[in-house]
Design a protein around this ligand. Structure first.
Ligand SMILES: [Zn+2]
Length: 268
């Protein structure tokens, strides 16, 4: 397990996972705020359409980030994330799906499709099987963790594409840390119901509030799906408390006055 690596290219600051970097036919990036065209509270690489930022700014931000990975603008696959366990599977030709239908994970074996997810505290998990040439991107906030979307996405890779979990590499992007993820008792209760074992190891109480270690719960979801620990990178970065360079928007820290970061993965 290694820390993600910071990169600067074409004015864009982004992170890559050592786990995924060696694959020549894969491009990926967890983008920061830096390198886009938006202004004000959306300064500058805002991926969020549902904001007061203009659509043309957001599209240009997507285009720039995609271009950095070598993606054609028309091949950027966007979804409406709603903390569901809906998974979009794309095989063969890409037919743009109905964007009003919520989707929180995408799996494909189609070369040149640039799978996109958005985050501002939530986890983005990237998965890649280099043998079968299948990649996936998953948006998993605490609700996604409760509904098991990471495990379900790996299941799609194995059931539909014939992937073997031992051949899958995984990277978990910058996301909220256990100190910043303060919540009421409802979250630990839902998590304990969803995961019957060992949940107490990842939940603690500090004063009146509860804290949950989502990064480690996701790590366990990956390993219990059969992914080898040596094939997993988990970023320790937290958009909420990593404030030194103003690289991140955080839902907790900025409330609604903010943009969102994007993450992209593509088989070249
Ligand atoms: Zn934090």
């Amino acid at each position: 397990m290694a820390e993600l690596r910071k990169n600067e290219k074409d004015g864009i600051t982004y992170y890559t996972a050592p786990q995924l970097e060696p694959y020549r036919d894969l491009a990926h990036g967890f983008f920061t705020r830096r390198g886009g065209v938006s202004g004000g509270v959306y300064d500058s690489l805002n991926f969020r359409f549902s904001s007061e930022d203009t659509q043309s700014n957001v599209l240009e931000n997507h285009r720039r980030a995609g271009a950095l990975l070598g993606a054609d603008e028309s091949k950027i696959v966007r979804t409406l994330q709603k903390h569901t366990d809906n998974i979009l599977v794309i095989r063969g030709e890409y037919i743009p799906y109905d964007p009003s239908e919520p989707v929180d994970a995408i799996v494909t074996d189609v070369r040149g499709l640039c799978l996109t997810a958005y985050f501002a505290d939530c986890q983005v998990v990237m998965l890649y099987d280099n043998k079968k040439k299948v990649c996936a991107i998953v948006h998993a906030g605490w609700r996604g963790v409760v509904n098991g979307i990471v495990k379900k996405t790996i299941q799609k890779m194995t059931d539909i594409f014939g992937c073997k979990a031992k051949d899958i590499s995984a990277a978990v992007g910058p996301s909220i840390c256990r100190r910043c993820f303060e919540c009421d008792e409802d979250v630990p209760i839902l998590l304990s119901q969803a995961y019957d074992r060992h949940m107490s190891e990842y939940i603690y109480k500090d004063g009146k509030k509860w804290h949950v270690d989502l990064k480690n719960i996701t790590y366990v979801a990956l390993t219990s799906s059969g992914i080898s620990p040596i094939n997993i990178d988990v970023s320790s970065l937290c958009p909420c408390c990593t404030t030194s360079e103003e690289l991140w928007w955080s839902h907790r820290r900025h409330k609604e006055q903010r943009g969102v970061q994007g993450a992209m993965i593509m088989i070249k």
